[in-house]
Design a protein around this ligand. Structure first.
Ligand code: NAD
Length: 479
């Protein structure tokens, strides 16, 4: 292929091909055509990552926090300058629209800047009382694993928090969306990141994670992806007692009460649900609607879904692109068929779109019988189920009925109901009268099978620090 892009590994400050000599295809999900290759790391590449991380460990942890922060802020500016090119590459490999890709890069830049600005504050010791002090110190080498749905934001979040905490970080980014990691590392390189502080690898995910977590040099891991893989990594981490930040799946309910502002609720739901073709862990997936407004709500939601313009992600008139890979389309087909076989009604969509690419139509299912896979398995795609409820107790029970606990949403103007819902929903994040909630300055974490450990906010940096307790510190001023 003449215009094939070759994505390389970044180890000890230089770009190189993988030691295996092998590479993997990078596919455009809108055309199913290969347009690039990504290097596959060998065990010896990973040894080099570990060695260079070890060599930079002491130096980086002892670099003044202000300098680490300034470096991040410079990198954020550089990335901002390349945003159009980076967003076009992301859209091409992931399938999200160009507008969504630009929005994602804007958030990534904001995350890097926010972390950079916190560096001095988050490295400063603080007293418990006049005799005792807590000193935040870098935990050590971090292994970070990011998926293909929001690679720019997730790489930014994991890299920035590790760097600000003073930790060398080895990033294994998703092979299906390599450009996001490459652009981020190039920005850090141009900003002056010392060799060894960041490494970027691609290859065989289970081999890389097992190898890196098999080293006691790695002191923390941060993973975003599915619950089964998260569990597997937590088992590896147990052998070396590595600290885990696990951001896993979700199956978020939205409870819409009879007094809700329906226009606001419907536009918020359809906007977030169909962003990135529904492949977001926080996306709404189960809508529970009070019986008195159910019919009207369903009709208006179907209208909103039918207005979503699906097509090529680089077309400015398109709202939703293809799914990221063929696995997701197959999952949509399986979940829809299972629900329909059990008696569910397809209100709109429910099928592949007849064109090349991994396209699935915005889908709304009603009358979905209990036991249907789509009610319990994370759909991770543009499928919504809608069901009526009569009493708040019923809505709460159904909202909390999955093994996940990432995000929950509800719409009501009643302060009494708001208070009750906030207390009753089991999720790491709750939003009332709007959707979304992940920002640079707020901690984000799931509960139950959605994972543990915080990303984002002050807590996201603390995840990569230890707090050293110093007793009798009065006599030792530590400016
Ligand atoms: P998957 O579980 O195989 O992979 C998910 C991600 O984890 C990918 O980026 C993959 O490269 C990585 N991965 C897989 N095995 C790994 C390992 N042993 N070590 C390190 N990384 C590993 O599934 P998939 O088909 O790519 O995605 C499907 C499911 O993953 C979805 O249904 C969804 O539940 C979940 N997912 C969640 C998120 C999220 O934001 N929480 C993102 C992407 C995928």
């Amino acid at each position: 292929m003449s215009d094939c892009i070759n994505y390389k590994l970044f180890i000890n400050g230089t770009w190189r091909s993988g030691g295996t000599g092998a590479d993997l295809p990078v596919i455009n999900p809108a055309t199913e055509m290969e347009f690039g290759r990504v290097a596959v790391a060998s065990a010896s590449d990973l040894d080099d990552c570990l060695r260079s991380a070890q060599a930079s460990l002491h130096f980086w942890a002892n670099t003044p926090a202000e300098e680490r922060g300034e470096l991040l802020i410079r990198a954020a500016r550089i990335l901002k300058g390349k945003m159009d090119v980076a967003a076009a590459a992301l859209s091409r490999e992931q399938g999200k629209t160009l507008t969504e890709a630009k929005g994602e890069y804007a958030r990534a830049v904001e995350m890097i800047e926010w972390n950079g600005a916190q560096a001095a504050k988050l490295s400063a010791p603080w007293p418990i009382d006049p005799e005792r002090l807590l000193i935040p110190e870098a935990i050590g080498v971090v292994a970070a694993f990011t998926p293909w749905n929001y690679p720019a934001v997730l790489n930014a979040r994991k890299l920035a928090a590790s760097i600000v905490a003073g930790c060398p970080v080895i990033l294994k980014a998703a092979e299906e969306t390599p450009s996001a990691g490459v652009h981020m590392i190039e920005a850090l390189q141009e900003a002056g990141i010392p060799p060894g502080v960041v490494s970027l690898v691609f290859g065989n995910p289970p081999m890389i994670s097992e190898y890196l977590l098999g080293s006691s040099l790695v002191r923390a891991l941060s993973f975003t992806g599915s619950t089964p893989v998260g569990r597997q990594l937590a088992k590896f981490a147990a052998n070396n007692l590595q600290r885990c930040v696990l951001e896993l799946g979700g199956h978020s309910p939205v409870v819409v009460f009879g007094d809700a502002d329906l226009t606001k609720a419907i536009s918020a739901i359809s906007e977030y649900k169909f962003e990135c073709a529904g492949q977001s862990c926080n996306a709404p997936s189960r809508i529970l609607v009070e019986k008195s407004i159910y019919k009207e709500f369903l009709a208006r939601l179907v209208q909103a879904a039918e207005k979503i313009r699906v097509g090529a992600p680089d077309d400015p008139n398109v709202d939703m692109g293809p799914m990221a890979n063929s696995r997701r389309v197959e999952a949509m087909e399986r979940l829809t068929k299972d629900a329909v076989d059990r008696g569910a009604r397809v209100e709109t969509g429910g099928k592949r779109i007849d064109r090349p690419g991994y396209y699935w139509s915005p889908t709304i299912l009603s009358n979905v019988p209990p036991g249907s896979q789509v009610l319990r398995e994370e759909p991770f795609g543009p499928i919504l189920t809608v069901a009526p409820f009569s009493a708040i107790e019923e809505a709460i029970e159904e909202a909390n009925a999955t093994e996940y606990g990432l995000a929950s949403y509800f719409f009501t103007e009643s302060p009494e109901i708001q208070k009750r819902m906030i207390r009753s929903l089991s999720a790491g994040a709750i939003s009332l009268n709007h959707l979304k909630g992940v920002s640079a300055d707020a901690p984000n974490a799931g509960i139950k099978q959605s994972g543990y450990g915080y990303e984002g906010g002050v807590e996201g940096v603390r995840a990569f620090q230890i707090l050293k307790l110093v007793n009798g510190a009065k006599a030792v001023p530590l400016a």
